[in-house]
Design a binder for this molecule. Sequence first.
Ligand SMILES: [Zn+2]
Length: 242
Amino acid sequence: MIEQVAALYDKKFNCPYCENSFASKRVRSGSLSMIKRDSDFCTYFKEQSINPILYTVNVCPSCGFAFTELFTERLNPAQKRLVGERIAAKWTPKELGGNRSLSMAAAAYKLAIYAAELTDQVHSVKAGLYLRLAWLYRFTENASEEKRFLQIAVNEYEQSYIHSDYTRGDKEMSEVRVLYLIGELMRRIEQYDKAIQYFSRTLEFRNRTVETGILQMAQDQWAQAREDYKEQQKGLPSAKIS
Ligand SMILES: [Zn+2]
């Protein structure tokens, strides 16, 4: 608990809808020690209660508009009207900017997803929100909710790839990385044929990218997807009789 208090600090934000100024917790990067990273980049820290993904979303306590630093800074008049009607008018003032449990963080993501859909944020922003919400469910071992949100995340990443908006905001995202990630999310939702296609497209970047770590992961997960696919075929009707 002492660790947690020292690791968090207040950061000030201005609400793009009501212009209220409020504070939301952030994690000091120096206080994190990573334990492991899953094949879809979900990262685990020694102190999971200060995993930065719990603190990505800012929720305006006075109007309920929830956003991340990747949202557009301004709302146009039509978006403002929608937020006013669908979010602010229904909001009971409450504070989500303090220390967050996993369930409070999930609630914040759901608010941000609703706000992102309503205000037409780019696909990459929506994809990132859905993926992180899926990870929160992974942390609580809720496999069905995890899979539900991975499914939406991968659709958004595919759209993001098609519309080339995947570099907007996320500095780490590159073409080779987004192709790999789509492949891996497809594998996780058991769309093995699509997973294999996306891993193959990733591997076409051999000799064209400095991201050799991603190529290695694509190679490994491509092999895994082929295995998974064979297992799935075995599990089809004929096997059920035995
Ligand atoms: Zn507000």
